[in-house]
Ligand binder design. Structure first.
Ligand SMILES: Cc1cc2nc3c(=O)[nH]c(=O)nc-3n(C[C@H](O)[C@H](O)[C@H](O)COP(=O)(O)OP(=O)(O)OC[C@H]3O[C@@H](n4cnc5c(N)ncnc54)[C@H](O)[C@@H]3O)c2cc1C
Length: 415
């Protein structure tokens, strides 16, 4: 099977690499791919929404799994869904929400595959309550580098399961997964919005409201300095019950929500995300938000960035790097202050800096799988899906830590 050689990047468009991309859409075709001597190294790719290089491979083959997107089973009573790994979270919402089920947790974009969500063990705005995505997966079917198809889960081959959850595609290819969904009786959230003036105010508000709100996130003006350092817009929310909707929405609480969306049609020759433009944007963004409570649809609450297609193009052809840090609670304030100081006093700028609360770590105890486990030797193909290494993004054992997200031009090479 031949594959097109194409320039590929992650969502940050940095780095970009010439990769051989193939799209095997059946298990048999994937097994042939794994067994082929030509495929000395392989990596699975979903929808390419990870910011960095995790789904790129210049010396090997990238297996685009977004083509495997069938729903295999959906139990509407119990809220259990079994899908091929290339099904996107957007597809899952389209199918499950009208039946009163939503994703147990979701990243800030719905355009990721189920396989990508598990491989990165993605978190959402409810980590402090519900943990990360992997905790809601009850079973994985995987293709190992030796060509075997195996089933694993938290109670069955747990070592392989927990090494794959957050394993960034390095233990094999996730073929399908069973996921436990979250009961959602309307397509809306009740959101309370608070504008804070300082970092301390932001942190103590989020900490104090942990027990009252299932979802919480803060947008931080990372260019604010001095006394305003860390000023934020804190968004706290719970799922809205149909009884709390106005009559025109209560008639069809799980109806499709329509959304006005924009797009960036081309990549400008240079980045338009500059310090001056970000400073202006951040100041306006901070002021334009009214404090108070409002009903918002799930698209606006969970996926505000999806309303601007290809927003990553704004950074120009050189792309950008997203930087994430996780702080233990007792040093979060100092650590964040230092980080924000560094960003606001350096030449960097970001319009997208986000703070989230993290709850307890995943129950996985085996983030590193012995090489012998995925290369049992017997009829192991010379494929080179690398043995897993300790997962990126620490699994902190602490009860609550801070997870800020900062993206911006000029953070190049900060990893
Ligand atoms: C706007 C935006 C907001 C985001 N917000 C968040 C957030 O709030 N929280 C969060 O945790 N993440 C967030 N992310 C990151 C994103 O959710 C993850 O990077 C996710 O893994 C992307 O999924 P993908 O299908 O695009 O996978 P890709 O980017 O294509 O691949 C990511 C990794 O998954 C592996 N992989 C993909 N498919 C398979 C498979 N079938 N089998 C085995 N391995 C596979 C790849 O090898 C690679 O290592 C955000 C990204 C964007 C662009």
């Amino acid at each position: 099977m031949t594959g097109a050689r194409q320039s590929l990047g992650g969502w940050g468009n940095f780095p970009r690499m010439a990769c051989t991309v193939r799209r095997p859409d059946t298990v048999a075709a994937l097994q042939r791919e794994v067994a082929s001597p030509a495929s000395h190294a392989l990596i699975a790719r979903g929808l390419g929404r990870s910011y960095g290089d995790s789904s790129l491979l210049s010396d090997g083959v990238v297996l685009d799994q977004s083509v495997r997107r069938r729903f295999l089973e959906f139990d509407r009573e119990e809220g259990m869904v079994h899908c091929e790994a290339g099904v996107s979270l957007a597809d899952m919402i389209d199918v499950c929400l009208p039946c009163g089920w939503f994703l147990p947790t979701t990243p800030g974009t719905k355009f990721v595959t189920l396989g990508g969500a598990i491989a990165a063990d993605v978190h959402g705005k409810n980590h402090h309550v519900d943990g990360s995505f992997g905790q809601w997966v009850s079973e994985l079917t995987m293709l190992l580098p030796c060509g075997d198809v195996v089933v694993c889960g938290p109670d069955r081959d747990a070592e392989l399961f927990w090494a794959t959850v957050g394993g960034m595609g390095l233990t094999g290819i996730i073929l399908s997964a069973r996921v436990r969904l979250h009961r959602k009786r309307s397509a809306f959230c009740e959101q309370t919005l608070v504008r804070t003036r300082t970092l301390e105010e932001t942190l103590s508000l989020m900490s104090a409201e942990d027990c009252r709100y299932r979802y919480s996130v803060a947008w931080v003006d990372c260019l604010a300095r001095g006394k305003s350092l860390g000023r934020s817009i804190v968004m706290l929310a719970n799922d809205a019950e149909p009884e709390s909707l106005p009559p025109h929405l209560a008639a069809e609480p799980l109806g499709r929500v329509s959304r006005f969306s924009l797009g960036v049609p081309v990549t400008p020759p240079v980045s338009v995300v500059r310090r001056s433009s970000v400073r202006g944007f951040n100041a306006i963004y901070y002021r334009m938000h009214r404090q108070g409570s409002a009903l918002v649809d799930y698209e606006s609450f969970f996926y505000p960035l999806d309303g601007i297609a290809h927003w990553n193009r704004l950074y120009g052809p050189r792309g950008f790097i997203q930087y994430q840090a996780l702080f233990p609670l007792d040093t979060a304030s100092d650590g964040l202050r230092e980080l924000l100081d560094l960003v606001s006093s350096g030449g960097n700028a970001s319009f997208l800096a986000v703070l989230k609360r993290s709850g307890p770590a995943s129950p996985g105890r085996h983030p590193v799988l012995p090489r012998s486990r995925i290369h049992p030797g017997r009829r192991c193909a010379p494929s080179g899906i690398a043995p897993p290494r300790a997962r990126r993004g620490a699994r902190s054992g602490r009860a609550a830590t801070w997870r800020p997200r900062v993206s911006g031009e000029g953070l190049d090479h900060v990893r």
